[in-house]
Design a protein around this ligand. Structure first.
Ligand SMILES: Cc1cc2nc3c(=O)[nH]c(=O)nc-3n(C[C@H](O)[C@H](O)[C@H](O)COP(=O)(O)O)c2cc1C
Length: 472
C-alpha cells in the first residue's frame, strides 16, 4: 500500500485559494501578520505528522483590464501579504521535523540571488527546505510592477525557467567540493582554494561567471517542487522536478495529468514512481457529516461571482463578468492581449476536454464558486474524509495532498486530530523515528542531496570537471 504525503497550502496573507473566508468567526487568518499565528500552525502540523508547510507567493494581484481588481482589494482575494521566505527561520526554531516549501518565481531576479537565499534557508532549517518553481501567476501585474515593457510569453517563461534552474543548481552542486570548508582554528585556514570552483555559465537568457559565496548546506539543492500544469509545465516538471503540485479538481483529468507527467519523466530516463505528485485538497471535517455540511454551507455563502471573477482574471487575464454568459472560452481566445499568455491550466480545463462540451461562462462561474485555485473538496467525519482521500489517491495515482484550509488554523487542528490518526492507523503516513531532511522525508532517499541520477547534477558534474583545470 502506497504511503501518502501531506503538506499544507498557505500564503503569507489573509487567505488561501482565491476564495473568501477570513471574516468567518472560525477563521483566525486575518492575524496573518502576527508571527505567533504561524508558530501555532507549524506546531499543529509538526504534532499532526504533516510532511511540510507550503507557501504560495508572487508579486502579482488580479487585474481587470489595466488596473487592480476592486474586489481583490476589498475582499483580500490574492491581494496583499508578505514575503514567506522571511518567516521560515522563525518557524524552524519552533519545530524539528516539519519541512517548508517556498514558492519563488523564476524571471524575477538573477538565479544566483535565489540560490543564495535558498542556501540560507536550507542552512537555517537544517535541510528542511524546498523550492516551488513557478514561472509566475498574474504576469500582467508582475510585468507592470517590475517596469517591463511587455509581458513575457508563456512558453518563453518556461524556456527561461529551465536555464534559471540549471544555473542555480550549478551554484549549489558545483561551486564547493565536499570538505572545501575547512574552518580550522589551528592553521587559520577557512576554505581550501582547490575545492572552490568557478561557475561559468553562458546561457541564452542568463549569464554568470564567478564563485558562490554561500557555503554548502545539508541538502545543498532545496527539494525541487514545481507547479503549473500546462503541457509546457508538465514537460518542465518531468525534466526537473522532484515533487509536483498538480492542479486537480476532476479525478479523471488529474489521473491523466499524473500519468502524463510520469510518462514524460520515464522518457527523460527518470524513475516515474520517484517523482512525487500532489494536489490541493479542501477538507471540511467535523464531528458528524451534518456538521461538516453546515461548515461547507457557511463557507459557500461567503462566495460570490465577483470573487470568482477577480481570481480568474488574476490567473488567466480573462474577465468573466465582462463576457456574454452564454459564450464559451473558445470565443475569447485569439482576441489578443494577455489571454493565453498568463496561466493556461485554468483556461484549458474549460475548453471541453475528452469529448465533453466546453462549459459556458455562466457555468464556469458556477463551477468555480468556492473553488478558486483550490483542488479537490471532501467533507465528513475524520474517518469518512480518510476514506475519500484514499479513494482519490487510488483513482488518480497521486502521492499525496496539500490541505487548503478554509477556517485557519481550526481546519488544520481538526484535520491533525481527526484525519491524520486514521491515516496513520491505516499505515498511510510516512513517519521517521528521527528528524530527517525534507528530501529524505519525501523521497525516501538515504542521503539528503539531489541524487546523481538527477540530470542537473550530472550536468553540473560535467561543468566542474571542465572548470577544475581552469582553476588549478
Ligand atoms: C497548484 C498550483 C499552484 C501554483 N502556485 C503558484 C504560486 O504560488 N505563485 C505563482 O506565481 N504561481 C503559481 N502557480 C503557477 C502559475 O500559475 C504558473 O507558473 C504560470 O502562470 C503558468 O502555469 P501553467 O503551466 O499552468 O500555464 C501555481 C500553479 C498551480 C497549478
Amino acid at each position: 500500500m502506497k504511503e501518502l504525503h501531506f503538506g499544507v497550502f498557505e500564503v503569507f496573507g489573509p487567505q488561501v485559494g482565491g476564495t473568501h473566508s477570513w471574516p468567518h468567526p472560525l477563521s483566525d487568518s486575518i492575524n496573518f501578520a502576527d508571527p505567533d499565528h504561524w508558530v501555532t500552525i507549524a506546531k499543529i502540523l509538526e504534532e499532526g505528522g504533516f510532511d511540510f508547510l507550503f507557501f504560495a507567493d508572487g508579486y502579482g494581484y488580479p487585474m481587470i483590464g489595466d488596473d487592480i481588481s476592486r474586489t481583490a482589494v476589498e475582499r483580500g482575494v490574492n491581494f496583499s501579504g508578505y514575503d514567506p521566505a522571511m518567516i521560515i527561520p522563525v518557524l524552524a526554531q519552533h519545530t524539528k521535523r516539519l519541512g517548508f516549501v517556498v514558492t519563488s518565481s523564476t524571471g524575477l531576479d538573477h538565479p544566483v540571488q535565489l540560490a543564495r537565499r535558498f542556501s540560507t534557508l536550507d542552512q537555517l532549517t537544517g535541510g528542511r527546505i524546498g523550492w516551488n518553481i513557478v514561472t509566475g501567476a498574474s504576469q500582467n501585474a508582475v510585468a507592470k510592477v517590475l517596469g517591463h515593457d511587455t509581458m513575457l510569453a508563456h512558453d518563453t517563461r518556461y524556456e527561461m525557467a529551465a536555464e534559471y534552474v540549471r544555473l542555480a543548481v550549478q551554484y549549489w552542486e558545483q561551486a564547493w567540493d565536499d570538505g572545501a570548508l575547512v574552518a580550522d582554528r589551528e592553521s587559520g585556514v577557512y576554505a581550501d582554494v582547490s575545492g572552490i570552483h568557478r561557475v561559468d555559465f553562458g546561457g541564452e537568457h542568463y549569464r554568470s561567471a564567478g564563485y558562490f559565496t554561500a557555503p554548502p548546506t545539508p541538502q545543498r539543492t532545496p527539494v525541487l517542487f514545481q507547479a503549473g500544469t500546462s503541457p509546457k509545465g508538465r514537460a518542465f516538471a518531468a525534466a526537473h522536478a522532484e515533487c509536483v503540485f498538480v492542479q486537480g479538481t476532476v479525478p479523471k483529468h488529474t489521473a491523466s495529468n499524473v500519468a502524463d507527467i510520469r510518462r514524460r519523466a520515464a522518457a527523460e530516463g527518470r524513475d516515474p514512481a520517484g517523482i512525487k505528485l500532489m494536489a490541493g485538497l479542501t477538507a471540511f471535517v467535523a464531528e458528524s457529516e451534518q456538521a461538516a455540511q453546515q461548515l461547507e454551507a457557511e463557507f459557500d455563502a461567503l462566495q460570490s461571482d465577483e470573487i470568482v471573477a477577480a481570481l480568474y482574471a488574476g490567473n488567466t487575464g480573462i474577465d468573466l463578468l465582462s463576457l456574454n454568459p452564454d459564450e464559451t472560452l473558445h470565443q475569447v481566445l485569439g482576441n489578443g492581449g494577455p489571454v493565453g499568455q498568463m496561466g493556461t491550466s485554468n483556461i484549458e480545463r474549460f475548453l471541453g476536454k475528452d469529448g465533453a462540451d466546453a462549459p459556458r461562462v455562466r457555468e464556469i462561474l458556477d463551477q468555480l464558486r468556492g473553488r478558486g485555485t483550490r483542488g479537490f473538496r471532501v467533507s465528513g467525519t475524520g474517518e469518512q474524509v480518510a476514506d475519500q482521500i484514499e479513494a482519490l489517491a487510488a483513482e488518480t495515482d497521486l502521492d499525496g495532498f496539500l490541505i487548503e484550509p478554509v477556517f485557519d488554523p481550526r481546519d488544520l487542528r481538526v484535520f491533525s486530530q481527526e484525519v491524520m490518526p486514521v491515516l496513520r492507523h491505516r499505515g498511510r503516513l510516512s513517519e521517521n523515528a528521527e528528524p530527517v531532511s525534507l528530501r529524505q522525508q519525501l523521497l525516501g532517499r538515504r542521503g539528503s542531496r539531489l541524487g546523481g541520477d538527477h540530470h542537473l547534477v550530472g550536468d553540473a558534474a560535467e561543468v566542474v570537471s571542465k572548470t577544475a583545470t581552469a582553476v588549478s
